[in-house]
Design a protein around this ligand. Sequence first.
Ligand code: ADP
Ligand code: ZN
Ligand code: ZN
Length: 724
Amino acid sequence: MFAKVIIDQDVKALDKVFEYIIPDNLNINVGMRVYVPFGQRILQGFVIDINNSCEYDENKLKKIISKIDDFSAIKPEMIDLMHYMAKKNHLKLASILRLFIPAEMREGKVKELFETIYILNDFSEIKLSKNAKKQYEIIEFLKSNNLKASSAELSKYGYSAIKALCEKNILIKEKREIKRAPFVISQTSKKVELNQGQKNAIQQIKENKTYLLHGVTGSGKTEVYMNLIENALMSGKNAIMLVPEISLTPQIMSNFKARFGENVALLHSGLSAGERFDEWKRIFSGQARIAIGARSAIFAPIENLGIIIIDEEHEASYISESNPRFDTHDVAQFRARYNKCPLVLGSATPSIESYEKAKQGEYELIELATRANGRELPKIQIIDMMNEIRTGNSGIFSNQLIADLANVINNKKQAMIFINRRGYSSFMRCRDCGYIAKCVDCDVSLVYHREDNRLKCHYCGKQYKVLDKCPKCGSENIKNGAVGTEQVVHKLAEYFPDVKILRMDNDTTTTKNSHQKILSEFKNTLPSILVGTQMIAKGHDFENVVLVGIVDADQSLYHADYRSTERTFQLITQVSGRAGRSESEGKVVLQTYSPHHYVYKFAANYDYKGFFRKEENIRQTSQFPPFTRILRILFSDHEENYVREMLKICYTEIENLKNKYKDDIIYLDAMKSPIKRIQDKYRYQILMRFKLNKADEIEDEVFNIVDKNTKTSVFFEVNPQNLS
Ligand code: ADP
Ligand code: ZN
Ligand code: ZN
């Protein structure tokens, strides 16, 4: 028999299928990991196919040396998925397979964790010396403990006593595997009576289709998800549920654990390597039937899926920006098709792309228009910060926000202060008239780059000198617009010295479980204020939060990205959803330097549809996605000359495509990447924008050109989230 093997090396030259002979004594199945001879080396590989005959010259084939595991780590569905992703995302086969198993398993770093247990053998015949007091105690203990105990439980009797009993064969030593289970806040399951909207949604979601569940914050989407999963389990099927990032999982997890117990496995990057490996194995073996996790949980080794859910479907983190680059929605759709099950995309603020698809009939739209507890959404008050400056307050906080905070504290309630900090780039803004520096060609804001003290456009690469005077009003008070969480906490402490102020951002959440610690401290302190970044925007359900302050809503608005308005709308809606979730009424104070921007009017009225129509119109006229497609081709290498050469050759050939597709290619240019060098690799890019009707065709031609002309890795990104 012959095996087709993919070598587990992320190298372009090895990115093909190799054939090997399967020795008769090895029982090899498709999906197994194996050791194979390769040149002078022994390498790991994946068996992706087994045949009676071979395509290559049989006499030249080598034999598989041995198997690495005695099971097929890659299931048949995942081999199909690999082929699909290789074609669609233009990725190397090995790099895709690596997504499907825990890294720990590949590198052989983590193993099953064992503990020693001692079992009491037949003890009727035993004669122990009278002095062996400890040994008698151990026997008594075991009798009262189901005849067995772990070494930890016996340690108090001393090792010499245990050893003596083992030598006399009174105790038998055994190894038992310990499962490392992730930390979860325990919670009791509260069963709620579903409302009509929820019932309708659950009834409707049953076909092999994509459903867009548009439900306002607090509309009870989680309850819908749980019921859908319950139904899947009852019909003997399994489920995957994705959530955006680790900040969300503690709460989701405790809800799901309470409802589904051991059936739930958790997969996310906040777990230790050992925990991740054990959770993966629980899923793989069928012990856990629901995989919950961030983006990569879409690759969970679950068979027979009955439902796939992507919560907060609009989140940028569902698009992988590191290699290998893929779009989670797309993978989820593949798996839903394969398993003939529904895919549910849930959000209070669907992405423009998804909502457009629902509008075109590609997705089925389901709406939950009211909060499950019948409460109103909190009122959003827009504060014009330019006006604050004019009336003599040039601080971070408006007078209104400080007054409202004082009120919250008097009533022993809680507030959240949200700092909008997307990415690390920043823009230039005039403090006097609100002017923002933008690219003259692209109408996106320019990004300040400290290393060469310039303003750059991330879409066309054009560079501008840093402004020392505002071109609109002449003021010299023009600067880099960013405010940090630390600064905000510090200022708040001056206003409210006796109040507990907690901070949650990238810096305060570096250690394991730090999210949960900060959140439970916040939950248990009244009054208190939680200051944080995007991390506090999602999912949290704190009943005492009555006020949300958004310090500088504009920051994501002027991010150099065609999605920046959409992102701002989503953020405001989400953070606002944190206030007034139980009995007390909630309020949101939104501070902005551009109070007349259309996004604020729609956001303050919770008018998603109005916003969608406006935004759709703008995207259509300016020819941006979802009405066109952006493709970025990123070249990088240690040798700058080599990258430049590659770029030039590819660019010239791609430019020729303009003859064939002159009406379809809207934009094409080559340039240095905004970040010129990462990890000592020089980065150059080709940016293209083209119309949708010919998009796949153009993309294929570009893939072929690049493939033919390059020896090292080149990365392709469709509609990138970030152009740095
Ligand atoms: P979403 O995810 O849509 O923002 P959640 O699922 O977090 O909303 O639900 C918000 C709150 O409403 C939760 O506390 C939840 O327990 C509660 N809830 C959900 N469904 C119902 C219902 N049918 N009746 C009463 N309360 C409900
Ligand atoms: Zn100005
Ligand atoms: Zn530009």
